[in-house]
Design a protein around this ligand. Sequence first.
Ligand code: IFM
Length: 452
Amino acid sequence: MNTHPATHPPAQFPADFVWGVATSAFQIEGASDVDGKGPSIWDSFCKLPGTIADGSDGHVACDHYQRWSDDLDMIASLGVKAYRFSTSWPRVQPTGSGAWNAKGLDFYERLVDGLLARGIAPYLTLNHWDFPQALQDKGGWANRDTVQHFVDYALGMHARLGDRVASITTHNEPWVMSVLGNETGIFAPGIKNRGTAAQVSHHLLLSHGLAMRALRDVGCKASLGIVLNLSPIQGASDSAADRAKAYLEDGRLARWYLDPLFKAAYPADVLTDLGADAPQVQNGDMDIIATPMDYLGINYYSRTVVSADGSWNVRQSGLELTEMDWEIYPQGLTELLLRLKRDYPVPPLFITENGGAFKDPLVNGQVHDADRTRYLQTHIESVHQAMRQGVKMGGYMVWSLMDNFEWASGYAKRFGIVHVDYATQARTLKDSAYWYQSFLSTQAAAALAKAA
Ligand code: IFM
């Protein structure tokens, strides 16, 4: 039971606004080597010493592969309309091309049917980072052949689930896969090469465009798009040097993806900065990347402040920080949404991830995470503010349904609105989950009253 009285933002969202919760395969499923699943780059990366803060891996995670049915009941109890999840490519196609794994496909079929039976719309993401190791061994996303393998994977998933999912996202956060995976190397596959990272980003974008075209060619009814991690980037001061630094960083994080998707060109300043590391682009690639989307997904967590001399420290601003040391900056979400509307011909926008990691002690069967509730409340209010200023929004999904494997941070950082005891796999709704549940029922009741 939640002991805190719920306080709701005053905002009333449209009746068809899609409220949801989100997860990803590697972070919750476990069962990393059962029922014919092939290894992913994250399985391999976790085995390397020093890569994961607590030395953990995705072998068991939240054991969702076994507990999916109870987990779906839990999702339904929240009153959400949608569940955003990802399929694990190596679970359904163990080497990333060729033979399919029937047991893996069956799992996702049960999941999708289970969602529909509970009245929840399935929002499927094809690539949330757990890429087949067998393809990485052939050069991974830096190899242009991977693009066609991804299209085949997308078509295979569509053949099996396409008639029942509401939405298909091609890639989650290509910047993370490119830069953290292939430039800084702090994420799988752990490569440290700026040129490789740039080529990876180009192939991710190209495969996104080609997959959307191929899916539409076979009559896909689900809405199609991509999910970007975006953050307003500000200079630490008004100096020309800090402002120039912020502009370039925004180029690398945001314009590098938004310009090709909506203007069929990479930003000239970033190309100049990359120099010899710029990606190989073939004739026609940019038009394919700019294939119109049905929606754009945005994952928002915080703003980013940069200084030309690298002296900015996140503690300087005095803003509250989450356990990830990310500033809590809800107004940044409104700024970001308005900027997207101003600078690009965007389709309806979805907040596909938003949430925070906080210290969440479980005491007497309860987690009083007032900080997370406040975080969600203020960010939802920011979305509404953007809508009042004309931004077309389709929905909002909390990251995350439950505590899970937070990549290089292991299990130490908890993002869930549901607490997971990793020793017993017991799930406990945190106060923020009760708040979300109560907020959604208020929204639903108001929508009903309006329709009456
Ligand atoms: O957990 C991740 C998720 O997989 C992708 N977006 C950011 C989240 C929090 O770091």
